[in-house]
Design a protein around this ligand. Structure first.
Ligand code: HAM
Length: 456
């Protein structure tokens, strides 16, 4: 039999997954640190759920076709299980399970590991992390303003600015009102949204055919195409002359509000009014430069009902860094109270690519405060226990400390100190040191001193 080293190439990780070597973990930790800090600064609390859920949780709202896009299996108890492809259904389930005992509005965040069975390509993997920030139980656009401000704040904290990314905003509510005027029946809206979401990927003919299949007339399709080209609120007002000035919605989106027995959340505002208010607030906060009206943003997921948005990198690729929106009926459709939610997901893959291109990722390893160099290593090839004891005492004082594990020559120990990014070396057993005092060299300045333990 051949030994593995003679005949086999090393085994590879599954397609679309990543290994995180220490240098990759440094990047990952940086993303998570900035994300977490931004969430805490905005008063959000962290939560987590299981990485796998009952498949039903995902098919309930999105239908069986979602199964082709996720990892699912039967467990040994013959239960249909899926690895979570997104966090929002888990969040809805968790909130529903607590019933009325939670104090609203909730402002929760999570950084789940997600799994999607999709074609792996640049920026899209089969396993990735995604920051989720959601507000549950706030009906006004204050929630959207808060979340968009958090996105801008955290991307700025990474070193990005309005020249690097933009937030494209639209409204499912507005689109729904427009489709009502085109005579599109409530139960046809979901497939129309799905077609509109794919608009950029489909050719003109394919797109028109898809809408025609849903029963839309050529005149309605022309009207939709024209509507999608609106680039500003002023243009939009021409489409909705009455609702521009009023808060009243022309018609609620009944397509996704059809939860038997559950009252739909009160949604009195028109789509246009909400968009106007959102832009007004974002301008007032000094974030006007980041926001664009873009009616072609529909979002693929079925549960959105209000404002929707995508955050795009402004480079050639125009990759989606984040996406989200308001979902009025998701919680009720999963058997819970009629509560509205708004949230977004920001993936780690595109964000890290973008930061790498802009040279905004941390380099170098976490430094050590001290590397203890044994000036007279013994022949046992083991570290001196007294040196290890000193390391232990320094660590107890909060210092990061390293040393050689195999009693090498001083030169080799010095090179280890450099490799491990030590700020200073401490010469253990040096002549210059006396009882309780140690010779120390600052590796940056080259300065040498003799210090008492308390001064280290
Ligand atoms: P999503 O648009 O499916 O939304 O994903 C949001 C972000 O996750 C994308 O903009 C992208 O950065 C990242 N992402 C998605 N798929 C992949 C992938 N295969 N590989 C790498 N990154 C990916 C949602 O997931 C919603 N649940 C977000 C949400 C939260 N809506 C409300 N609350």
């Amino acid at each position: 039999m051949n030994s593995p080293s003679q005949s086999q190439a090393p085994l590879q990780a599954p397609k679309g997954t990543r290994d995180f070597y220490p240098e990759d973990m440094r990047v990952q930790n940086h993303l998570f640190d900035v994300w977490r800090r931004a969430c805490l600064d905005f008063g959000f609390e962290e939560y987590e759920g299981p990485t796998f859920e009952n498949l039903e949780l995902f098919t309930e709202k999105s239908g069986q076709e979602i199964v082709t896009q996720l990892y699912n299996f039967k467990d040994k108890g013959d239960r249909d299980i899926a690895l979570r492809p997104e966090m929002t259904p888990t969040l809805a389930r968790m909130v529903n399970q607590k019933g009325n005992s939670l104090k609203l509005p909730l402002r929760w965040f999570s950084i789940p590991r997600l799994f999607r069975y999709e074609k792996s390509q640049r920026g899209r993997l089969r396993e990735f992390f995604q920051l989720n920030m959601d507000i549950i139980g706030c009906e006004s656009i204050a929630a959207e303003v808060d979340l968009l401000s958090a996105i801008i704040g955290m991307l700025k904290a990474f070193g990005l600015d309005s020249k690097d990314f933009s937030i494209q905003v639209s409204s499912r509510r507005l689109l729904s009102e427009f489709l009502d005027r085109q005579g599109v029946a409530a139960d046809k809206k979901a497939p129309v949204y799905a077609a509109l979401d794919k608009r950029a990927k489909l050719g003109e003919t394919e797109f028109r055919n898809l809408l025609a299949k849903e029963g839309l007339t050529p005149a309605s399709i022309d009207a939709i195409e024209a509507f999608f080209k609106c680039k500003g609120l002023e243009e939009l007002k021409a489409y909705f002359p009455a609702s521009a000035a009023s808060e009243e919605a022309a018609a609620p989106d009944t397509a996704s509000a059809s939860v038997p027995g559950a009252p739909a959340p009160k949604v009195a505002k028109s789509g246009l009014w909400e968009l106007e208010k959102l832009f007004e607030y974002m301008h007032a906060l000094g974030y006007g430069d980041y926001l664009n009206l873009d009616l072609s943003v529909v979002r693929g997921l079925a549960y959105y009902t209000g404002i929707v948005f995508e955050v795009y990198d402004k480079g050639i690729g125009m990759r989606a860094v984040a996406g989200g929106g308001r979902y009025d009926n998701l919680l009720a459709s999963l058997g819970g109270n009629s509560l509205t939610g708004v949230g977004f997901g920001m993936g780690d893959v595109v964000l890290a690519d973008l930061l790498r291109e802009k040279n905004l990722l941390p380099s170098g390893r976490e430094p050590l405060d001290y590397f203890l160099v044994d000036v007279s290593p013994n022949d046992s090839k083991l570290p001196n226990p007294q040196l290890m004891l000193l390391a232990q005492k320094l660590r107890a004082e909060g210092r990061r400390v390293g040393y050689s594990l195999s009693g090498e020559k001083v030169k080799k120990q010095m090179s280890q100190a450099n490799d491990q990014g030590a700020g200073r070396v401490l010469f253990f057993g040096s002549d210059k040191g006396t009882e309780g005092r140690y010779e120390v060299k600052d590796l940056k300045t080259g300065e040498q001193s003799v210090s008492a333990f308390e001064d280290l």
